[in-house]
Design a binder for this molecule. Sequence first.
Ligand SMILES: Cc1cc2nc3c(=O)[nH]c(=O)nc-3n(C[C@H](O)[C@H](O)[C@H](O)COP(=O)(O)O)c2cc1C
Length: 169
Amino acid sequence: MLSKVGVAYGTTNGSTARIAETIAEVLRKEGVLAEAVPARLVTDIESYDALVVGGGLYAGRWHKDARRFVRRHGRALAGRPLWFFSSGPLDASATEKDIPPVPGVRRAMTRLDVREHVTFGGCLEEGAKGFIARKIVSSGKGGDFRDFGQIEAWAARIGTELVSGAPAE
Ligand SMILES: Cc1cc2nc3c(=O)[nH]c(=O)nc-3n(C[C@H](O)[C@H](O)[C@H](O)COP(=O)(O)O)c2cc1C
């Protein structure tokens, strides 16, 4: 019997946290005990039977908290059902097509036998941290491109897979 799923995330501006919380909520609705946790605060993953790990994308890499999490817990992660997600594109591309993982994430997926990865649209709005972030927003290229319908559907498939023990169609 599956007891608990951890949804660990790396974020700078909070938008990936909201995605992780949505995933955990959907899993709970599917009857799976789940919690979203900032990756940098997780010291031990022994209490999780399965994990979803996600990171915002910065300059072609996962957020450092997500990278460190995967490095630190590699051995334990490899023995558990595991899914990855990324969040980044500031346009509709992630809703319109599958965006492959960035190279570092792809390598970790192979190493850890990750079941699936998805890239969700990102979000960058007024008040974002950092010079470049503020530049993007002030030049009109920011916005919220997260597709919560897409996020919920993906999480529901994970829930089905965890509850049934077989990959969802
Ligand atoms: C400095 C900077 C670099 C970024 N680099 C990328 C990138 O390489 N690829 C991408 O898809 N999105 C990129 N983005 C967009 C972010 O991934 C997007 O805003 C994401 O939602 C941030 O997640 P967070 O709010 O959880 O930190 C970048 C944003 C900033 C501010």
